[in-house]
Design a protein around this ligand. Structure first.
Ligand code: HPA
Length: 274
């Protein structure tokens, strides 16, 4: 436990990260969602590797498919901070813990945050294995990183503008790498359990194209600190009730692993253009 406010805790973690990696400044952060870890193994040159939980404020990841590593990569002239896992609200973490990685990345200099996740697809035209650019979000988690004590002096006030939560510029750049990439609205749910078919019908009416259990809080925290966000979902299954299949976390991971090579070239192409 710590008495530090979450922003100071992020700055402390960033200082320890610099000590451990020997790299004072990073440019881009890449957060890997369920099953995305395999995609990163061959991108860039690894400059340093740190166990996430050895940095202040990071919990041990408990979710299968997430890796407990932060990696510093050199991609062309950029230092890329790869977070091999994330904390979820459904694990019982505080919202400040869920967005800690993003705040540490920004404290370390990252002005671009790439958030990846596994998601259920609501668009019947999207096959399993389809990457989708997140165009906008529905935060249905009932929590926000901007609720609670006001941000400390020197940070922007809490009322962050989310008109362009996901950067149009970065989406366009991703489409230069793969012009076939579709876009969609990501609904972020507390989760823990998958959704019911009735819930999926409701979310479809609300404008959701994708459902998942992460990302939306991190996006709000990143925008608050002025970073640009690119969000990419990998459709690992059709959402509940949309196919004959029942939902299973193992299948989600399997679908993500099978999509690894495509995700690898997509991420590599994006990082090279940033
Ligand atoms: N629902 C919520 N989260 C998910 C899903 C889903 O269908 N697939 C992968 N993550």
């Amino acid at each position: 436990m710590t008495d530090l406010d979450p922003y100071s805790l992020a700055e402390e973690a960033s200082t320890v990260l610099t000590d451990k990696t020997g790299i004072a400044n990073h440019d881009i952060a890449l957060v890997l969602g369920s099953g995305w870890a395999s995609a990163i193994d061959e991108i860039g040159d690894i400059s340093a590797e740190v166990e996430m939980a050895t940095l202040p404020g990071f919990p041990e990841p408990t979710v299968l498919g997430h890796r407990n590593l932060i990696r510093s990569l050199k991609v062309k002239d950029k230092n890329v901070l790869v977070l091999g896992g994330r904390a979820h609200l459904y694990e019982g973490h505080h919202v400040d813990t869920v967005v800690h990685g993003v705040r540490v990345a920004v404290a370390s200099g990252c002005r671009t945050i790439i958030l990846t996740n596994a998601a259920g697809g609501l668009n019947p035209e999207w096959p399993v294995g389809q990457p989708v650019l997140i165009s906008d979000q529905l935060n249905l988690m009932g929590q926000s990183p901007m609720a609670g004590p006001a941000p400390p002096e020197g940070k922007a006030i809490r009322f962050v503008d989310l008109t362009e939560a996901y950067s149009a510029r970065l989406r366009q750049l991703a489409q230069e790498v793969d012009p076939t990439l579709p876009q969609g609205v990501y609904a972020g749910l507390l989760g823990g359990a998958f959704e019911t078919p009735a819930e999926i019908k409701m979310f479809a009416k609300m404008g959701a194209d994708l459902v998942g259990m992460s990302t939306v809080l991190e996006t709000i925290a990143a925008r608050h600190l002025g970073a640009e966000v690119l969000g990419i979902s990998l459709v690992t299954n059709q959402a509940a009730g949309m196919s004959e299949e029942n939902l299973d976390h193992e299948d989600v991971l399997e679908a993500a692993a099978a999509a690894g090579p495509r995700m690898f070239s997509l991420l590599a192409g994006i990082l090279e253009r940033l």
